[in-house]
Unconditional design. Sequence first.
Length: 109
Amino acid sequence: DMFDRAIKNQVKFDYVLADSWFSAKATFKHIRKANKHFIFALKSNRLVALTPDDREKGNFVRIDESNLPDNTPVRGFLNDYHDEVLLLRRVFTNKDDSIGVLYLVCSDL
């Protein structure tokens, strides 16, 4: 895959950017194992916990129901990934004046 080729060819980069199609535990772990960071989009139904206590108790909620503030990174946890991450909710207006919401996850704390 392109990531592995970039590592093998010693391409200099720090971050991997991807859409929600690639947002999977195995992908996150693979990137971090190579000492790189990721910024990925998340689907609105992805389960998150916003506190260590909620994580320990298994209290995960859908990210679109988590009351994340707009445009403010918040430390949190994905239900299937062991490391703490940054979560971000970005609200934007489309050209047709409809409102869109983008959820992002970042490994660089």
